[in-house]
Design a protein. Structure first.
Length: 190
């Protein structure tokens, strides 16, 4: 069931609270900020954690995670709106500067649906790595858009905890918190 409300903000606010709580209780960062990207005729919102980059203490040293989404409140009728994800970009960086090259990028762009024949996969991952194909050729995974499915914020947090060794603020409760977050996303927000 999609998240609907009588106003654009009524659609957005429950999702913003969900993401803020999820990030705060697992990664221990400040509440995600609410930004109005544009108003009429398209109500666009953005979710970006305060400070933009979330510092992570990992088994590989300090890394920084950027989580952002652009959401749209589609008008379905008079006083009836539905929230949609227009794009997301989750990036893992070596340093706190968002302009530095990302180690891993998960991206989604709903606008690519209309131009699928000439655009990269709308859900994809990119990595600054090269894979040797043969003696003369290699694939640059930072230039390719390797297709993925829909990547939830919960899955990125799970990767940070399980694979990067980030110690979650909520302790041993993190698996249940992430499973509950995924359930809410699928049942309430989609």
């Amino acid at each position: 069931m999609a998240l609907e409300g009588r106003t654009p903000k009524a659609c957005y606010e429950p999702f913003r609270k969900h993401v803020s709580k999820l990030i705060a209780c697992t990664l221990g960062t400040n509440e995600a900020v609410f930004q109005i990207a544009s108003a009429r005729p398209r109500y666009m919102f953005q979710i970006v954690p305060s400070g933009s980059m979330i510092p992570l203490k990992t088994q590989f040293g300090r890394l920084h995670l950027h989580i952002a989404q652009t959401l749209e409140a589609e008008q379905l009728g008079r006083n009836r709106f539905r929230l949609r994800t227009r794009s997301y970009w989750y990036r893992l960086h070596n340093g706190p500067n968002g302009n530095s090259r990302a180690l891993i990028r998960w991206e989604y762009d709903s606008y690519q649906l209309k131009k699928r024949e000439s655009r990269p996969a709308r859900n994809h991952v990119q990595l600054p790595a090269k894979v040797q194909v043969n003696d003369e050729t290699e694939l640059d995974l930072n230039k390719l858009h390797v297709p993925t499915g829909w990547v939830l914020i919960e899955e990125v947090i799970r990767f940070a905890i399980a694979d990067l060794g980030v110690v979650p603020l909520c302790g041993d409760e993190w698996p249940e918190i992430l499973v509950e977050g995924e359930r809410k996303f699928r049942e309430i927000f989609t």
